[in-house]
Design a protein around this ligand. Structure first.
Ligand SMILES: *Cc1c(COP(=O)(O)O)cnc(C)c1O
Length: 436
């Protein structure tokens, strides 16, 4: 069997983690790993994709991996941060992002959240007309350094995953551009508010073709031109194009690439590259997913109704999307022996199940893998975004430990703790034990 370079690297990381006791069959049955060398390479690819002559600020979407030391790696490497809740804002500040490098998007900002963001000088994208009015009240009292924009829904349609498509006719996000009267009203909103200077669109995430995303951005840029022409001044100075580049969950290739997306954007929205606009991006999954994986021990195996079932310690608590929407979020799984070496030998279809007490807690059905035994290890690949970083608290399973991985020039693997595994005491604290 030939192994690809990424597969060899993942195996080396797993073997090192076992050797160093980070994975251990009694007390450390589950952990997440984030490859910081890979994250750095993804950041470099993103920066290189856009022409250096443009004024672009790349932010990472905090929700994709909100672990503060992971966000800190982005802040250290020249990125900004997109946040969508007071918690994410606090995480971004703790990770060292300057307020002017933070962008606050969310469809449900309270008055207090808006006032705090505007006070700090964090960039804010309003989601709707009511939020703009709310900001009038706050800004009447005091000036703010915040760049302020409004999110539009370019209504270009749906990708393959309805729950990930944010630019459908009826999406809950942004101001629906094509609805009766909205285009005219948007121009008036800009006319009335000299402080409103940015447009924002995030067309969708996983499952959206590049053409659909580029079409949404093209409509946003066209609106900016229309507003500026109609006001007779260049009031819209920046376009926040959101994130949403899809990730390949079927193999090791990065596809599509940031370069391919930029090429498509150039074709659909040439004015974005004219130099007339500042640009913000908000990628999450495409920077992180392929740079992380989850490792879990196999506790038991059995056969039911002729089906081989493998009970592991990774289920819905770290792979909620895959468990609840298996057809939309299939992930690759690898099989390893207790020392972390890739398992070889006879394969058989096996259900890879998790520890949660509901029947659907299965991360892969009838997956052909080398036959797994108790004490073996499985890895869930491409889970660096939206998986172990945001666990689901079902069955009071603790949040797993997460480690950042770097490789020394001599090939030695080094781990830094990103988040320790939640203790039973911490778990009791978050479930109200202190109220007794
Ligand atoms: C989730 C989200 C992102 C990041 O999306 P990815 O698919 O992870 O790139 C960016 N912007 C907004 C507004 C979002 O909601």
């Amino acid at each position: 069997m030939t192994r690809t370079q990424p597969a060899k690297r993942r195996e080396l990381i797993l073997r090192s983690a076992v050797q160093q006791g980070l994975l251990e069959p009694d007390h450390a049955v589950l952990a997440g790993f984030i490859d910081l060398d890979g994250v750095l390479a993804s950041i470099t690819n993103l920066h290189r994709a856009f022409p250096a002559s443009l004024n672009v600020m790349h932010t990472v979407a905090a929700k994709a991996n909100c672990l503060v030391p992971v966000l800190e790696a982005f802040s250290r490497n020249g990125m900004g941060c997109e946040v969508a809740s007071p918690g994410e804002l606090a995480q971004a500040l703790a990770a060292g992002f300057a307020p002017e490098r933070i962008v606050y998007d969310s469809p449900s900002k309270t008055r207090a959240e808006l006032a705090q963001a505007l006070e700090l000088g964090v960039a804010v994208n309003a989601d709707n007309f009511q939020e703009l009015e709310r900001m009038d009240g706050i800004l009447a009292g005091r000036a703010s350094d915040s760049r302020i924009g409004v999110r539009i829904n370019p209504q270009v349609g749906s990708g393959d995953i309805a729950a990930m498509s944010t630019a459908t006719l009826t999406s809950k996000f942004g101001i629906a551009l094509e609805d009766d009267g909205n285009r005219r009203r948007l121009i008036q909103e800009f006319q009335d508010r000299p402080w409103l200077t940015w447009l924002h669109a995030h067309v969708g995430s996983q499952g959206c073709p590049l053409e659909l995303m580029a079409e949404g951005i093209a409509k946003t840029v066209a609106l900016a031109e229309e507003i500026n022409a109609s006001l007779g001044r260049r009031q819209v100075v920046g376009i926040d194009i959101g994130g949403g580049l899809p990730v390949n969950f079927t193999g090791d290739d990065t596809a599509p690439t940031f370069d391919e997306y930029v090429e498509r954007l150039r074709a659909y929205a040439p004015a974005l590259f004219s130099g007339a606009y500042q640009i913000v991006t908000e990628f999450g999954r495409s920077l992180l997913a392929k740079n992380g994986y989850t490792a879990a021990y196999v506790e038991y195996t059995k056969t039911s109704g002729g089906r081989r079932i493998v009970i592991t310690h990774a289920g819905a608590q770290v792979a909620a999307r895959t468990v609840f929407m298996p057809d939309s979020w299939p992930i690759r799984i690898t099989a390893h022996n207790p020392s972390g070496h890739l398992k070889e030998g006879a394969t058989a279809p096996q259900d890879i199940a998790g520890p949660c007490c509901f029947a659907g807690d299965v991360v892969a059905q009838a997956r052909s893998l080398p036959v797994l035994e108790p004490g073996d290890i499985v890895t869930l690949l491409d889970t660096g975004a939206y998986y172990f970083s945001t666990p689901f608290h079902y069955n009071s399973l603790p949040d797993p430990a997460v480690y950042a991985v770097h490789t020394n020039p001599d090939g030695e693997v080094k781990f830094d703790l990103v988040r320790r595994a939640e203790s039973i005491q911490e778990l009791l604290d978050r479930t109200g034990a202190h109220q007794l």
